[in-house]
Design a protein around this ligand. Sequence first.
Ligand code: BES
Ligand code: MN
Ligand code: ZN
Length: 499
Amino acid sequence: MEIRVQHGAIQNVPSDLIVVNLFQGVQTLGGATGAVDAALGGAIREVIAAGDFQGKAEQVVVLYTRGAIPARRVMVVGLGPQERFDGDVVRRVAAVTAREARKLGARSYHTIAHGAGAGALSPEDAAQAVVEGTLLGAYRFTELKADRADVEPDLEALTLVEFNSASLEAVRRGAEVGRIVGEATCYARDLVNRPGNYCTPTVLANSARAMAEAVGLTVRVLGEGEMAELGMGALLGVAQGSHEPATFTILEHNAERHDLPAYVVVGKGITFDSGGISIKPSDGMERMKDDMSGAAATLGAMRAVAALELPLRVVGLVPATENLPGSRAYKPGDVLTAMTGRTIEVISTDAEGRLILADALGYAGRYRPRAVVDLATLTGACVVALGHVTAGLMGTDEALLTALRGAADRSGDRVWPLPLYDEYAEQIKSEVADVKNTGGRPAGAITGGMFLKRFAEGYPWAHVDIAGTVWSEETKGYRVKGATGFGVRLIVEWLRGQS
Ligand code: BES
Ligand code: MN
Ligand code: ZN
């Protein structure tokens, strides 16, 4: 979908559809909405007076202009109560608008940057939120549908119309950031929505390579031989159960700029998690194609970081393998040696994410990073604790955790802290090795974090357990049924704040 910005008064723009807004309960129409209403001889006021439209958040009404203005249709979208208004409301409203426009058969439409006026958002933030919400809301995963009969045609273009020439440049900048971040999130969604047979570790690495070349990132993909030389025994242990070889993808932005502080993002890339020998129940197992959502978010974030040309050195690490119970599979009781030299007793082959991350966190140490953040669909326990709304946040550095929480609130990719008190380490003590890979039922998300902490040594580190937030069972606001792309916006917003 093409994103454009133009200067002008929206009531004068020829269009298939123009979109204006209304805060809940407002009777006196101002700004663009007032101008359109006046040009239509009070048509919007009439709908409100009739009690048919209150301006509730995401509420939509469509009016036909009958030649009163150059646009064929007007959509008024509700922004909800003014006191509850923020950038996330704009994203949700823009997402609903996009789907409604598509249902109407509009191929392109014009809108204003909701919230830049009475909403008190900056023009830049408002424009970013509109574009982000539009791209996320319009997203569909249709590439595997052979029968296209019931697929509505794609939206082709969105144009932001800005009346105030002093704000025009800010709207352009915001729209560009929104486009980059929105497209990067949709890229991550595509990777996650692709089933395991369309997204093996090798395919994932190849798509990372293609993306890197397109946006100008440095890329290297390690094969199993190189992993063995590095001593990545934990990642290779998990990979034993599958014929598909493991891959370890390294993306770098500003790779040569050793004067800049390095930030490392690590993403769990289990392209399918059967549980291995500790096999999962078959009911719902198809969902375990999303166990590479951390990897997808890392790749999406790297794509955006490159496109935004952030003045930081940023590294993305993606350890990837299937977790299958093949004849050479690793077994409960096996002891693996991670890259850092620590030994791990495998209690459950289904606690595989922390194993592949152990080696990636070991590798991350090479960069002497300012901070390392890992994104992983690590535990069902985190889903029990926080549901599908909020990801679990853990880590070793207060400033880093605070920065991530701020980025979460701004981006809409929400996180909430869980504690890593020393007492929890008792649960992952092993009789035979340095640590074991499960900690029993209590505090399952935290013992996952405690395990990772043992391998994240020598740098500030945070772990985001995204098991509950990467998949949506419904289409609502800017989430579309299927992969959410969670993590891309969190990481990009965090890194933008560091630059
Ligand atoms: N990928 C799963 C976690 C998961 C479960 C994500 C459900 C989304 C929904 C992970 O590899 C896993 O299997 N974790 C185990 C850990 C346990 C064996 C310590 C879990 O949560 O049951
Ligand atoms: Mn598992
Ligand atoms: Zn897993």
